[in-house]
Design a protein around this ligand. Structure first.
Ligand code: FAD
Ligand code: 2HG
Ligand code: ZN
Length: 480
């Protein structure tokens, strides 16, 4: 972590004592207080293996009441904590920086109810996204979000990061699909906003503060999510294109001709494709192209959907300068394989060594200019500059890799890349959050006064600053 925030100092929090550990054992039971250094280690290291904290204790509560008792104790004693779900976060937000206590939600993994009529699912925060989706499927429903980390990320972590994923284009963000939420606030009080109503305009929508708060305003313990009906027919086209303009033209055409059944529109550049081929040994069914696109449809009538998709592909292929090559998944195996070419890019880049990861929103016209600009800037210094992402959401994933950490490369990237995005009124974090790694750039995407209001909210809910310190808005909060 010294590479990321050399300047951050430990806050004026208390040190953990034996009496604290005994108090926690009385709350969750000795088996769920992890002290063994080897066991604690995995909770201290993030998914990218870049951030490593020095936490000495992990607590694994089972109920909201236990979380509340733990947090109440920590607040009284001024002990800092980090909520942790599946630990798949990509900005260093889920692990301690110093000796914060990890509160893991993994044991809070009960599905509480699914209503097949309204589509409302109520679950504890530690439920793994893929498992919830399986449960939803058994009722003819689906979770409204899907991401490469679905096998280990938890719904509480998804909410805390307001995760976007592969189908936000169709089903919208968790800010819209979350109907209710329960959370333990930094003082230990339980905030019960666990409604399952679609409409409720009584006062402020407090749950929105918790969504996307990255564990800095409280620990989400339960959520009610509105699940769409599971589509009966899902089709996937995979296209090869030779310019970014062709990607944009294809997207325009997809919106026009696939309309309401379009459920994902993802793009991959040639360098990202090379990474999955070289580093993971995956095979691409198309030849070499500058860009590839995955266009997915989800609907209720296979014949109708297939007709539409075939019509779309025909137009794309016949339009001058659009797609030059393409295929449609013929069965579940091909469908999964084509998606893995996109979903496994993250994993493939790690094989290069060290990864510098950026996740920005930009106007579509600028989105790939940033990749080209950075590729020229870093020429010869990196293994690859890879650009891919959720085109339909205006969200670019920009990644650079080197064999090992290189301070000179980081200096060439930051703050330049953030300034470039700010100058075009983009967002320096489209979906992964600020965490530890990007917190100092919050003002690049939010007005000063908005940031001050955020800090006031933080002060109100977390007067002692114990909840996930050093992350997200920390850069302004301790100065106020
Ligand atoms: P963690 O990593 O454990 O925590 C993330 C943050 O949330 C931390 O700040 C933590 O303190 C806080 N937190 C966790 N649980 C709680 C809780 N119950 N209450 C309060 N705060 C909490 N993200 C996307 O948006 N879109 C993608 O497409 C996407 N794809 C990914 C693919 C891969 C392969 C990987 C590794 C990651 C991907 N991510 C993506 C990032 C990550 O998966 C998401 O941010 C995910 O939502 C994090 O969930 P988690 O349970 O792992 O949370
Ligand atoms: C994805 O869309 C994730 O695959 C991860 O958000 C992107 O790490 C990345 O660059
Ligand atoms: Zn993403």
């Amino acid at each position: 972590t010294t590479e990321i925030h050399p300047g951050i100092k430990r806050g004026a929090f208390s040190q953990l004592t034996d009496a604290d550990v005994s108090a926690f054992e009385a709350i969750v039971g000795g088996d769920h207080v992890i002290k063994d250094a080897d066991e604690v280690l995995s909770y201290n290291i993030d998914w990218l293996r870049i951030c490593r904290g020095q936490g000495q204790l992990v607590l694994r509560p089972k109920t909201t009441e236990e979380v509340s008792a733990i947090v109440r104790h920590c607040n009284k004693r001024r002990l800092a904590v980090v909520p942790q779900g599946g630990n798949t976060g990509l900005v260093g937000g889920s692990v301690p920086l110093f000796d914060e206590i990890v509160i893991s939600t993994s044991r809070m993994n009960s599905l509480l109810s699914i209503d097949p009529v309204s589509g409302v699912l109520v679950a504890e925060a530690g439920c793994v996204l893929e498992q919830l989706d399986r449960e939803a499927a058994s009722q003819g429903l689906m979770m409204p979000l899907d991401l490469g980390a679905k096998g280990s990320c938890q719904i509480g972590g998804n909410l805390a990061t307001n995760a976007g994923g592969l189908r936000l284009l169709r089903y919208g963000s968790l800010r819209g699909t979350t109907l209710g939420l329960e959370a333990v606030l930094p003082t230990g009080q339980v905030l019960d906003c666990l409604t399952t109503l679609r409409k409720d305009n009584t006062g402020y929508d407090i749950k929105q503060l918790l969504i996307g708060s990255e564990g800095t305003l409280g620990i989400i313990t339960k959520a009610a999510i509105l699940c769409p009906a599971r589509p009966k027919s899902v089709q996937l086209a995979f296209l090869g294109l030779d310019s970014f303009q062709a990607v944009l033209d294809t997207y325009r055409l997809a919106r026009r001709s696939l309309g309401e059944i379009l459920s994902a529109f993802e793009f991959i550049d040639s360098e990202s494709m090379r990474a999955v081929k070289q580093n993971l040994g995956l095979s691409c069914p198309l030849g070499e192209h500058s860009f590839y696109v995955l266009a997915e449809t989800s609907g209720s009538n296979e014949t109708h959907d297939r007709e539409k998709l075939d019509g779309f592909i025909e137009s794309v292929m016949s339009m001058d300068g659009c797609a030059t090559d393409g295929t449609v998944a013929q069965d579940a195996g091909q469908f999964a394989h084509l998606w893995s070419l996109r979903e496994r890019i993250v994993e493939s880049l790690l094989v290069d060594g060290y990864e510098y990861k950026y996740d920005v929103s930009l106007p579509l016209a600028d989105i790939y200019r940033l990749v080209e600009h950075m590729r020229t800037r870093l020429d010869g210094r990196v293994i690859r500059t890879a650009g891919y992402g959720h085109l339909g959401d205006g969200n670019l994933h920009l990644n650079f890799t080197t064999p090992k950490f290189d301070a000179k490369v980081l200096e060439l990237i930051e703050p330049h890349v953030f300034d470039w995005v700010r100058d075009r009124r983009g967002s320096v974090s489209a979906e992964h959050g600020l965490g530890l790694k990007k917190s100092q750039y919050i003002r690049h995407s939010k007005a000063d006064f908005a940031v001050r209001v955020m800090a006031e909210v933080k002060r109100l809910l977390d007067p002692n600053g114990i909840m996930n310190p050093y992350k997200s808005i920390w850069i302004i909060w301790p100065l106020m």
